[in-house]
Design a protein around this ligand. Structure first.
Ligand code: 26Q
Length: 821
């Protein structure tokens, strides 16, 4: 029995209580009578952590013993959100905790909500990494995530007088989910110079010497799978000065300032997440982050491989490394450096190993998001790596020249080095050349990269190197955890929760769309989720919204290409229209709540202006007595993963309205549909595949197609621009300062009227507002609406990250899952 409670954590309510009390009284040194919700969270987390650690250790042993190929997912972002609820559900002990906490006087929801989000990411790319980790563990793949342990995650957003204000997100005060591994520490070199030496046999050796060393310390986070004992590892690197505290020699010599500043410079590397989303604005510190993390991760991976005593040629049979966008591209160069400079392999042999090891996932076609680093900066920070990049490029261009003799233009187009002033290294090209597979994240996106930005590389390598893996989401967090009642209703019809590990089983609920009782329960759950959101809105904004209104939600990073401006202009149009109606006409209006949420990158003025306008419109509309419940506008402050868990289950409609061809995939579209919300969207990213799966009659599509975007943009610039007539009226109201001083919003209006309307807001406006009217009409036919909702959910099986991980494993990684018992 000692083993039962101490070694295996707990099994039931009583066991949970015992472990909880033990942690509160001993680990936290508090009395049960002085245990607030935060302490209850800590006690609960520690009890579950113990339970997880046992399986975590066993999983690592099992994977080491099995000695088979492992996957390493390199991502600068892991947008994990909260861990406790996920741990409870994945370990299947939430009921024990709920009952135990209840007996001790706590509501489990209040305890869960004490946890600070782990917000080590910006948006879609970071959340995708978190969903993939969940699926890799659930499917028993031997897989590790590697990232950076930022001291500050994505900033917290406050809205003050309608403006976004950024607050630092210090999240490490109490983090029971991480384990420092001070024994797993490696020195990472920066600066210095590269020298050539001849050894006794006349062989040239490259030595990188001088510069400075920063220590990388590993912090491990357990990743439990759902319904399996597999518990994988996420390893995050933290930077610290080599001398530990600070340089005592300098300190003792009285040079206090420089002793402290060396230490601070080292710690700065992992201090903060860059808050740009789909924008390449990195300075030297960002490049330092990238190399620090790549070099530490590769040191760890190579070290693990060397323990197996295999020949280097077997490296790609043991190791698959996936690059989450170009941010970890230096890992390619670093592995080549390790093999050639340190392990003495011949260049060609090393390069073959490198290419067979790496896969590269592209997440964008936006030119401003494609990473480039200046040659002088690389020369300064990583002199030996720059030489290797030049050599990689040289051999690549020789290969191109052989295949396409005399095509000089092709050579300059595909060169890794852009011949600009200063010269730049094109990271995406380097990632393509150094990987055996390149994938996009939705069909349209994967087609677009092959025909636009990477067209020349398809010509050079053939199209087999390029593939598609359409994104997904984990149904554990995005259905079961966020919407427990819907999950349980589905389970009651499907005879259990198997759909959570085989999402295609959802098709079994489609026939229940004809069952009035089922439809009623379905509607009740949606209403309850809307009531919960309404309560949250009341508490945080003071505004009252009616849960009988149509809830229209657009939550995602604020970006011109995602077109929150189209949405808010549509809201203004609606407002003006209602204002112009007679009382009789107003009776027919479908009441609507337009909900926005999302962060703007701190330096992105236009995005901040969009937030300002949304809040300006909210302030006017929400206090307009004539309007009442017919229209409310809400901006949810500080949108993050745990707020998404409240918002996603509460939509009637959500908006995924990017200019066609700009959103690589989108993943919140999948989350909303999986929770019974319908969507309005453009023919972009994964919206297209969602439409194919759920059928065109269950989605509200509008707007121009990707293939027409170029010619429309050209037309705006060269044959004159005509503003949509309804949008013109909207702009007149803005210019009349109806929503705050016109001058504040002039740049946003001018981007459309005077600067070519690059994102086609005017071109898509009439189609957008017509589709919104169609939505109002459909929403009044409640029965048909619910049938659409049920049918859509039933057809969403394709969009699980379990399917995604299976495709990566088979097509790119060539890894197998590991049997657990
Ligand atoms: C690059 C250089 C310097 C500083 C920052 C960056 C940077 C950081 C984050 C560039 C891009 C990002 C994030 C991109 C992103 O989130 N892309 C989204 O990826 C999702 C998952 O595949 C897709 O669903 C979205 O369509 C795509 O926008």
């Amino acid at each position: 029995t000692w083993r039962k409670y101490s070694a295996n954590g707990f099994e039931d309510k009583g066991g949970f209580e015992r472990e909880f009390i033990r942690h509160v009284e001993t680990t936290l040194a508090r009395s049960l009578y002085n245990c607030d919700e935060l302490a209850a969270y800590a006690g609960t987390a520690l009890a579950f952590r113990d339970k997880m650690i046992i399986e975590w250790n066993k999983t690592q042993q099992r994977q080491t013993f099995a000695d088979q190929k492992r996957v390493y997912y390199l991502s600068l972002e892991f947008l994990m959100g909260r861990a406790l609820d996920n741990a409870m559900l994945n370990i299947d002990k939430k009921d024990a905790a709920r009952d135990g906490l209840g007996e001790l006087g706590f509501r489990i929801e209040d305890v869960i909500s004490q946890e600070h989000d782990a917000a080590l990411g910006n948006g879609g790319l970071g959340r995708l990494a978190a969903c993939l980790l969940d699926s890799m563990a659930t499917l028993d793949y031997p897989a590790w995530g590697y990232g950076l342990r930022y001291r500050y995650g994505i900033f917290k957003q406050e809205i003050i007088d309608g403006y976004q204000v950024e607050i630092p997100d210090y999240w490490l005060d109490f983090n029971p989910w991480e384990f420092p591994r001070h024994d797993v520490t490696v020195g990472i070199q920066f600066y210095g110079h590269s020298e050539k030496h001849e050894d006794e046999n006349g062989k040239v050796k490259h030595v990188w010497s001088g510069g400075e060393i920063v220590q990388a310390v590993a912090y491990d986070v357990p990743i439990p799978g759902y319904g399996t004992k597999t518990t994988n590892n996420l390893r995050l690197w933290s930077s610290k000065a080599s001398s530990g505290e600070f340089d005592f020699q300098k300190f003792n010599a009285g040079d206090y300032e420089s002793a402290v500043s060396d230490q601070q410079r080292a710690e700065t590397i992992s201090a903060v997440l860059y808050p740009n989303d789909n924008l390449d604005r990195g300075k030297e510190l960002r490049l330092k982050q990238q190399y620090f993390w790549c070099a530490a991760s590769l040191w760890d991976i190579v070290r693990r491989f060397k323990k197996s005593k295999r020949a280097w040629s077997e490296f790609p049979d043991q190791v698959a490394i996936q690059l989450n966008d170009t941010h970890p591209t230096l890992a390619i160069v670093e592995l080549q450096r390790i093999l050639v400079d340190q392990e003495d392999l011949e260049w060609d042999e090393a390069w073959q190993i490198v290419v067979n090891t790496f896969g590269y996932t592209n997440h964008t076609v936006l030119p401003e998001a494609l990473e480039k680093w200046s040659v002088p900066l690389l020369q300064h920070l990583l002199p030996r790596h720059l030489e290797i990049i030049y050599d990689i490029n040289l051999f690549f261009l020789q290969h191109v020249e052989e295949k396409f003799p005399g095509d000089w233009e092709l050579l300059s187009r595909v060169s890794v080095i852009e011949e600009s002033q200063p010269k730049m290294v094109r990271m995406a090209y380097l990632a393509i050349i150094g990987s055996h597979k390149v994938n996009g994240v939705a069909e349209l996106h994967s087609d677009l990269i092959k025909t636009t930005i990477f067209k020349d590389f398809v010509k050079i390598y053939g199209s087999d190197k390029f593939t598609n893996v359409t994104n997904g989401i984990t149904p554990r967090r995005w259905l079961h955890q966020a919407n427990p009642r819907l999950s349980s209703l589905i389970a009651s019809k499907l005879g259990g929760y198997n759909f959570l590990i085989d999402l295609t089983l959802l098709d079994g609920i489609e026939s229940y769309a004809n069952d009035p009782d089922f439809r009623r329960e379905w509607t009740e759950i949606k209403t309850a989720n809307k009531e919960r959101l309404a309560k949250y809105i009341k508490e945080t904004t003071g505004y009252s919204v009616s849960p009988t209104s149509l809830f229209d939600i657009q939550v995602k990073r604020i970006h011109e290409y995602k077109r929150q401006q189209l949405n808010i202009f549509g809201v203004i149009h609606r407002y003006l229209k209602i204002k112009s109606m007679t009382p009789q006409e107003r009776k027919k209006v479908v009441p609507r709540v337009s909900i926005f949420g999302g962060k703007a990158a701190p330096g992105y003025w236009m995005a901040k202006t969009i937030i300002h306008l949304i809040n300006g419109v909210a302030a006017v509309v929400n206090k307009d007595a004539e309007i009442g419940d017919l229209l409310k506008v809400i901006f949810i402050e500080d949108y993050n993963v745990s707020k998404a868990e409240i918002l996603v289950p509460a939509s009637d409609i959500s908006e995924h309205i990017s200019t066609a061809g700009t959103e690589a995939s989108g993943t919140s579209n999948m989350k909303f549909v999986l929770n019974g919300g319908l969507i309005i969207g453009t023919c972009d990213g994964a919206n297209i595949e969602i439409t194919r799966e759920i059928s065109e009659s269950n989605i509200f599509l509008f707007g121009n197609l990707a293939e027409d975007v170029d010619s429309l943009r050209h037309k705006h610039l060269y044959s004159g621009f005509t503003l949509d007539e309804h949008l013109h009226k909207v702009f007149e109201a803005i210019r009349a300062s109806a929503f705050g001083p016109a001058s504040a919003f002039e740049p946003l209006v001018a981007s459309i009227t005077d600067h070519g309307d690059y994102y086609l807001v005017s071109d898509d406006f009439s189609s957008y507002i017509q589709t919104q009217e169609a939505i109002d009409e459909e929403f009044t036919k409640q029965d048909e609406w619910v049938v659409k909702s049920i049918t859509s959910v039933a057809r969403m099986g394709f969009f699980s990250t379990d399917r995604v991980v299976g495709e990566y494993a088979d097509e790119i990684w060539n890894v197998e899952s590991l049997d657990v018992e």
